[in-house]
Structures are given as C-alpha cells and as structure tokens.
Design a protein around this ligand. Structure first.
Ligand SMILES: [Zn+2]
Length: 754
C-alpha cells in the first residue's frame, strides 16, 4: 500500500482551482493579502480549508454493529449499512474527509464522454445532484444577522410565509428570543436523538418550535416567523429554508399543524374545479406548475404575474442580484467523502499529529508506513481504532524533540480499489506507482465489467481520484473506464409453500417434475430467487468444478444466456455443456479422426471459417452464448464428416481455448503444440470460404412465386433451365400446359411463362 499512501499525500497537497476547474499543487495556492496579513495561523487555516484531504470534526455515520464509521455512499436509502444491514446513526467525530464535491461538475461532464449503461450514469448524476437556483438572504428583525437559504424556486418567494432552520444551524442560538430559549433547547436535544430518515420521512408527524424571532420577506416586505424544525437538515443547502406552504407538501403539513399562513401564488389552472378552489384558498397544496398570481409588488416595481416559469425565475434572480439580496447558484447534493475507518487492516494514513496541534504528512521517502503487529485487532465501542493499542508504534519524535502520534484510523477498502487498475499495468515497479509509458499504452481501461451495485461507490470514487491524478499530470486520461458493462446476476431456484413460506432446498424432493416437502409431503412451487444462505440455494463453484471440471463451469456460465441478463442456475444446463465438451474431446482427441494426408473437405473448411468468423465477432460483442452455439454446430458437422485435417483441429482448438482453456490446451499438445496455446495468434478468417456458393432461386409461374430452388452459383442458364423443368414441383404447377418461355436471371430469379 505504499503507493496508495503516496496518492493520499498527493490529495493532501492538492487544492481545486474553481476558475480553471482543475486540481493544482497546494504550493500554487494564492494567499489573499488580508489572510497573509493576519499571520501564519490564518494562512495555515486558509490552506487547510482548501486541501482535497482534511481532518476535522464531522457528523458522520456510525455502525454500532461493525464499530466503524462509514461514508454517505455506504448507507442505503433505508438507513442500513451497506456492509451488514444494521441501521446506522450519526456521531460527531474527528475524521479524514475528501473534498469530492469540488469535482462535482467535472464528474458530471465526464459522464457524457464514456460508454456506460445509462442506468449507472443516472445513478451517479442523481447522487451528485446538481440543481440550479438561488441563494436568498433574509434580514432578521432587530438583528444584524441575516439568514441565507438555497432554493431551486426563487420565483415562489412571494409565497414564502415562514422560515425553518435546522436544530444544528450555527445561527440558531443567536436568533432565539429569550422567552423561547428554554423550549428551543429542549427541542434540540430531542432532535439529536433521531436519525435523518426519521426526521425527513414524509409520513412522519412534523414537529417544531417557534424561535420568537421574525425575518423579512424581501418581496412582500412582511415579517415572517422563523421556526426551528427537524425536517430541515444541515446537510443540504444552507440548513435553512424559506417555506412556501401552498406549493410544498412538507411545508404545507407543517403550516397546517402550526396554523401558519398559506398563500397560493401558482393558480393550478389544469386542476379540477374543486381542487383548484381549495388551492387558491390555501386549503390544499399544489406542487405542479401553475400560473403566477399574487406575485407583484408595485412599490418595488416587480411583477411576475402571468409570466412563464423560466422568465419568473430569471426575473426574481435578476432582482435579488441587483438588490444585493441573493445570487444565482448551482448546488450539489454530494457531500465530502468520509475517508477514515476504525479498522486494523486498512492502509495506515501517512500522517502525524504533533503535540502542538500541527498535522503533517510523512515524507514520501518514508513510505510505506507499515501496520504494527497487534495482539488485539478489535475496534473499541467508542470509535477508537485498533491502532490506538499500538502504544510503541504510535510514538514519533521529530529532530527538535517535538513529540507526536501517528494517525490511528486507517483508509477504507475503497482506497486501493480507487487506482488498482493503474498498478496492474506495472505491478513490480519499485520506483513509482507505474511508469508513464505503461500508463500511456494501456489507459484508459477499454472495457470494465462489473455490477451496477458499485455505481455510486467504487465507480464514483475512482473517477474522482483519477481526475485528480490527471490534473497533476500523473495519468494522461481524464476518465479511467471507457466502456462499462454490467453483467446480469445469476439466480437460483427456490421453493415455497402455498402460503408463500420459503422452504430450504435440502427439504425439497422432486418427483416426476413436481416438488414436494420431504417432511410434510406438501407440494411446493418452484420459484427463482437470489442465492442466499437462508434459502440454502447457494451454488458453490468448487462443488461444480469437482463434479464437472472448471471448463464446464466456465462454459456454462457463458452459455446460460446473454451476459447482461439475470438468469437462474440449473445443474441440467451444466450437464448439457459437460456433454458437449465430452463430445468435443471424444472426436478431436481420437487420432483416427485427425488426418494429414489430403486437403480438407470443402464443406468442413467452409463451416470452420464461418465458425471462426462468428466466434471472433461474438467475443467482440460479449455474445459468448451464441459463439458457443456455433462451436456446437461445427462439432456436429465434424462428426458427420467423420474425419478432419490436423489443421482444422488445431484451428478449432484455438477458438475453443478462451472458452474451455484446459481441454483446448490438452488438444493443442496432442497436435504437437510445444508452447501454450495462449501464445498462438488468433486464427484469421479466409473470407473466400465465407461466400455462399449456392443461390436460392424463387421459382414463379406467370409472375406468381410458387417454390424455391437451391442451385450452385456457377450453374449455366441451360443447366438451370433443365434442372427446373425436371423438378417434380414444376410438373405439378404446369399440370397439362406447356411453358411458352422461361426467363432466367442468373443469381436472381426464374420465371416460367405459361
Ligand atoms: Zn455495519
């Protein structure tokens, strides 16, 4: 993991230049004059705030089961830990974070340049979550402070009748009135006990407390109350919202519960009469488009009533910018990537925490920074890392006698997987992570096959690292993976009773194609399900290999169906493929079937080259199943012919070798191959042999097509005429008549005029 630590140091020493949309060395970061004037501490803070890797307090996800923190991307939508399924909770901890949001725009734009499944691209786009809108400043009554909100719909500002701030909002304490202080503080304590999911789920009852303070809606110039409520999270936008209850369901429910004003500003013209009436009165919520009403203030000279949505948004943003009350902004949902774990086996961070509070990264020459031997690998209950037990290993003293401790957290498994494809091209290089010649030759990855479940984990993380390495000139391509292919999942049969209860496979017996419960005798239904321990329907590849051999397993997986399809495993299918391989071996390993004494029979030569062509094309397109079908057909043709030349047998072994390498290697040796078949160049197709030498003629009588006749391409007009007239079907269609004229266009048609 030496080079993973090396890349971490690069990340630490890089900042993102927003104007250039590019990562640059931290040494090139311009320090503003006023910061420089404040002294060294301010400069250090300024720099640290811009590093792509930083160490700070953060509200992080914590899995009590695994006793480790985890990244946003590792928490599933239902709040479960991706690794173990346990519900995660939030904890405030000092951790290492990576500023992946700085690359949000680059990560989005890069998606347009790669050949990936649209589904995976969309998952990344949604995760990055770009939205355009405006930041709006609300001044607070009797206060110097102002409250900023981010909204994608600044055009609905006329309908903002109250504001809500998150319980964690840093301004909350300075906003709350004295009378409300106690109540608000109690509310904050309650909110801290809930998960984000509990707080934001639509179905949940809304809670909140009035802060006793008002803000001013800049467009209506009215005072609107500021509430604190936990349905607003600190993580998205600014942690405060302007509530437009007439047109947002959450705000509407909240306003109804706490009796706050609801002003309709979008007339739902397309709604039915009854609903429209309710919406206009503020008795129902309308989230779709409508026609602006109540959206003018003549004192301010602003009026968007009747405008289109696009113009409405543009007009309000222009006005806010002109007044210095807001600006158009782009917002991203993606958050900093939590990059440390309380695990023994990750890469240790090449980082030292000094007793005076300074944090420094190790010198590259000191890498690798190796894990200590430990008796106890278990993480502590309270987020202490196992490395905290390595008391001796931890200590470090610099040349001035200053004491420090090595970082005790380790990197997540994603660290190595972020760049392993780069190391694979030059794995024994001791001087650098990979040579630039190798990188230029191999990169980007032409074809990456993997499951869609990594869409917003590995596939997003590694694109981020790759882009940083690209900006630093370490790799030559902006994107790591040119083409991505998601293979389908292999399922297995499972069994259930009439009531839908699952029965484990070891309790099922088959009789005449029907399935029964061994103990109760009840007839069961066969279904297709994911392989799982609980259903006992997991197929262990080792068992299949022991029974049928590795070639059969491999070939069957390719033969099951299209690579991208989800399909059930059947042992009968394995048997079928096993039989095919046995058939191949019986024919091609039998010396009596392989000769060297005369040229190959033309029919076999043609079938062979057709097969080479088909297998070559199908491999390119990942259509392995149809390539195998073609090889089965070729084998049948060989059996029919009885014997083939050694050259034919050698060529067949070569095209079979990527599919069934063991048998192919065996045959290769039998035909005198001395080196592995792997080193043979792929067979070339003789295109002359691909041409069909016969033509299928439609035979017509007075222009009406009656039957088809296959004839050699080289046949002369005279011979064609004779053959057609001799055909018994011609006799039948002619009946008693005599043909007046026979029109023959060679290679095309035969028409008999009667
Ligand atoms: Zn867990």
């Amino acid at each position: 993991y030496k080079w993973t630590q090396w890349i971490f140091i690069k990340l630490y020493n890089t900042w993102f230049d927003v104007d250039a949309q590019k990562g640059r060395p931290i040494s090139e970061l311009p320090i503003p004059k006023d910061i420089a004037a404040q002294g060294e501490q301010s400069v250090t803070k300024y720099i640290n705030d811009r590093r792509l890797a930083y160490y700070d307090n953060a509200q992080v996800w914590w899995c009590a089961d695994c006793k480790t923190v985890c990244a946003n991307e590792e928490v599933l939508t239902d709040g479960a830990h991706e690794k173990c399924g346990n519900q995660v909770s939030k904890k405030n901890l000092k951790q290492w974070m990576l500023r992946i949001p700085h690359y949000a725009e680059r990560l989005l734009q890069g998606l347009d340049t790669v050949d990936w499944p649209e589904g995976v691209k969309d998952m990344q786009r949604n995760w990055i979550g770009r939205s355009t809108g405006a930041e709006v400043k609300f001044s607070i009554v009797d206060s110097q402070e102002s409250l900023s909100v981010y909204t994608t719909r600044p055009d609905t500002l006329f309908g903002a009748t109250y504001m809500v701030i998150a319980p964690e909002h840093p301004l909350l304490h300075s906003i709350v009135s004295n009378e409300k202080m106690h109540e608000v503080q109690e509310y904050i304590v309650q909110a801290a006990k809930k998960s984000d999911l509990d707080r934001t789920e639509l179905a949940k009852e809304k809670t909140g407390v009035f802060t006793g303070t008002y803000a001013i809606n800049p467009l209506t110039n009215t005072q609107i109350p500021i509430w604190v409520a936990d349905y607003v999270l600190m993580g998205y936008g600014t942690g405060a919202i302007m509530a437009v209850p007439a047109h947002d369901t959450r705000d509407f429910e909240f306003a109804q519960k706490f009796n706050l004003p609801i002003i309709c500003i979008l007339d739902p013209e397309q709604a039915d009469k009854e609903l429209r009436e309710k919406v206009l009165q503020g008795a129902a919520c309308w989230e779709d488009d409508g026609v602006y009403i109540n959206s003018a203030n003549e004192h301010l000279g602003i009026d968007i009533n009747g405008m289109s949505k696009k113009d409405g948004i543009a007009t309000i943003i222009a006005w806010l910018e002109q007044q210095g009350l807001g600006k158009a902004t782009v917002n991203y949902k993606i958050r900093d990537w939590l990059f440390s774990r309380q695990r023994y086996w990750g890469e240790p961070f090449p980082v030292i925490h000094w007793e005076d509070g300074e944090i420094s990264v190790m010198d590259e020459s000191q890498l690798p920074h190796i894990l200590p031997e430990l008796e106890n690998y278990e993480p502590g209950d309270n987020a202490e890392s196992p490395l905290a037990n390595a008391t001796e290993w931890l200590q470090v003293t610099d040349k001035n006698g200053r004491k420090g401790r090595y970082e005790t957290n380790t990197m997540p498994q994603w660290a190595g997987s972020c760049w392993y494809y780069l190391r694979y091209i030059d794995p024994t290089n001791n001087d650098e992570p990979f040579s630039s010649e190798a990188e230029k030759y191999w990169m980007p990855v032409d074809l990456y096959i993997g499951g869609a479940e990594h869409a917003v984990l590995h596939l997003l993380y590694s694109r981020f690292w790759h882009k940083v390495l690209f900006d630093l000139g370490i790799v030559s391509t902006d994107e790591p993976y040119q083409k991505l292919f998601n293979q389908g999942m292999i399922l297995a049969f499972a069994y259930e009773t009439k009531t839908g209860a699952k029965v484990t496979s070891d309790l099922v017996e088959e009789k005449n194609g029907l399935y029964y419960h061994i103990e109760t005798g009840e007839q069961l239904k066969q279904i297709v399900a994911k392989m799982s321990k609980s259903l006992k329907n997991v197929v262990n590849p080792d068992d299949i290999i022991a029974k049928y051999g590795a070639d059969s397993l491999r070939l069957y997986e390719m033969f099951m169906g299209p690579l991208e399809a989800t399909k059930p495993w059947t042992e009968n299918g394995v048997k079928g493929v096993f039989n095919f391989l046995a058939r191949v071996y019986r024919f091609f390993a039998d010396v009596q079937n392989i000769h060297d004494d005369e040229p190959e029979n033309i029919a076999i030569s043609k079938e062979l080259h057709k097969t080479i062509q088909k297998v070559s094309d199908d491999i390119e397109q990942l259509h392995f199943n149809t390539a195998i079908s073609q090889m089965m057909m070729f084998t049948n043709a060989c059996y029919k012919a009885g014997r083939v030349t050694k050259e034919t047998a050698r060529l067949f072994a070569q095209i079979l070798s990527p599919f069934a390498p063991h048998i192919a290697e065996e045959l290769w040796e039998l035909y005198g191959g001395t080196d592995s078949i792997t080193y043979e160049p792929w067979p070339k197709v003789d295109s002359a042999l691909l041409e069909d030498d016969s033509v299928v003629y439609p035979v017509s009588f007075n222009g009406k097509r009656r039957f088809e006749l296959e004839l050699p391409k080289t046949m002369t007009k005279e011979d064609i005429e004779q053959t057609v007239l001799a055909d018994e079907r011609t006799e039948k269609w002619l009946a008693t008549e005599k043909p007046k004229k026979i029109i023959i266009i060679p290679g095309k048609i035969i028409n008999i005029v009667v």
